[in-house]
Design a protein around this ligand. Structure first.
Ligand code: SAH
Ligand code: SF4
Length: 368
């Protein structure tokens, strides 16, 4: 039988575990304190436990954590970690530092089946689902990285590699564990699951989790959205809207709409009008994200004028839509740039890679 992973057990589970082997409750508190507050990697480091208990813990649970293969710091303070799990798969996770919070962008799959035309992960194709433990380990290892600075991750976004709702049980299970006060205890509104729009799973999500929802919309007209995101053929906008409406009926929570602005493709007045029409009747927050270009892709960043006029059309209709510039561009850690398989040169020779990336992005990230 497969052993439970140490990150999947709650404080309550640890109490049960101790009870079953005849140990007092306070031992369970010591164990969960080591895990959830002090971020230890193994029972060997749980110094106030007897040798016997440490060895019992060691043999009863799965203590595997992905290995940190490399760590790349961006000039803007974000850090991309390349991890390798026990199956030898590469996982990317990105620590994003803001003035008042530290977010972690986690991956839910290696690659992605959904093949959005503009996304580097989509170009990779599907490689594998990540287990719940591998998703939680990204948060655990990020906290370990930050421990030296006396900091912790305060926000998690499922915006790394993969489609979380296509790996529903593991991704939503991990999101719920992150929120559970008996586990990682993050605020539910600080854990955001981003989806390309798997409508029936949005219905499930409204019942199964308190995590926040972000929808990657990117176009609000079926022909254009299907061109950019093939999933739209299966779940077209009318169906998607229905799911969002019922999600809101059940949860009464605001939904974040992510809209990438791709130069000359989806950011003219016509598309701004489509967007206004689509969000009618929904409580949303719209984020505009200038497209991050990468080699071999036909799409371009929008011009400043395209961004400005799209944003103005929305704000004139009382839809505030901040422009969010991706972090980590210089180390390919920005939205849509995660594709571990192709970034081996980055991790083998970070300095050279960063130089190449800088040349590529020169002049691209100028704020409005
Ligand atoms: N599969 C999920 C979550 C991962 S993608 C989803 O699609 O929502 C995370 C976000 O990055 C999505 O909003 C996605 O559309 C966006 N993204 C993908 N490629 C991008 C690019 N080149 N530039 C900017 N954002 C991109
Ligand atoms: Fe998959 Fe999201 Fe990329 Fe689309 S945008 S290919 S759903 S990771």
């Amino acid at each position: 039988m497969q052993k439970p992973h140490f990150l999947e057990l709650s404080r309550e589970n640890y109490k049960e575990f101790c009870k079953n082997i005849g140990l007092p409750k306070f031992r369970a508190e010591q164990i969960s304190d080591w895990i959830f507050r002090k971020n230890v990697r193994s029972p060997e480091d749980m110094l106030n436990l007897s040798k016997e208990l440490r060895s019992k813990l060691f043999t009863s649970l799965d203590w595997h954590l992905p290995e940190i293969v490399s760590k790349l710091d961006s000039d803007d303070g974000s850090t991309k970690l390349l991890l390798k799990n026990s199956e030898g798969r590469s996982i990317e996770t990105v620590i994003l530092r803001y003035e008042n919070r530290i977010s972690l962008c986690v991956s839910s799959q290696v690659g992605c089946k959904l093949a959005c035309d503009f996304c580097q992960t989509g170009k990779l194709g599907f490689v594998s689902h990540l287990s719940k433990a591998d998703i939680l380990a990204q948060l655990y290892l990020a906290n370990l990285q930050l421990a030296g600075e006396g900091k912790r991750i305060s926000h998690v976004v499922f915006m790394g590699m993969g489609e979380p709702l296509d790996n529903y049980d593991n991704a939503i299970g991990a999101a719920n564990t992150m929120i559970d006060e008996d586990h990682f205890n993050l605020a539910a509104r600080h854990v955001t699951v981003s989806t390309s729009g798997i409508a029936p799973k949005i219905d499930d999500l409204s019942r199964d989790s308190k995590a926040s929802l972000a929808l990657s919309l990117h176009a609000a007209r079926d022909d254009l959205r299907t061109r950019l995101m093939p999933i739209n053929r299966k779940y077209p906008l009318a169906k998607l809207k229905q799911s969002l409406l019922s999600y809101q009926k059940v949860t009464n929570r605001k939904i974040t709409i992510e809209y990438i602005l791709i130069g000359g493709v989806n950011c003219s007045l016509r598309e701004a009008k489509d967007l206004i029409r689509f969000i009618q009747g929904l409580k949303v927050k719209v984020n505009l994200i200038p497209f991050n270009s990468h080699p071999g892709m036909d799409f371009d960043r929008p011009s400043d004028e395209e961004i400005r006029s799209f944003q103005k059309h929305l704000s004139d209709r009382s839809v505030p839509a901040p422009v969010r510039y991706s972090k980590g561009l210089d180390v390919s850690a920005a939205c849509g740039q995660l594709a571990a398989k192709f970034s081996s040169d980055l991790h083998e020779s970070p300095a050279r890679y960063r130089l190449l990336q800088k040349e590529k992005h020169l002049g691209e990230a100028s704020p409005l």
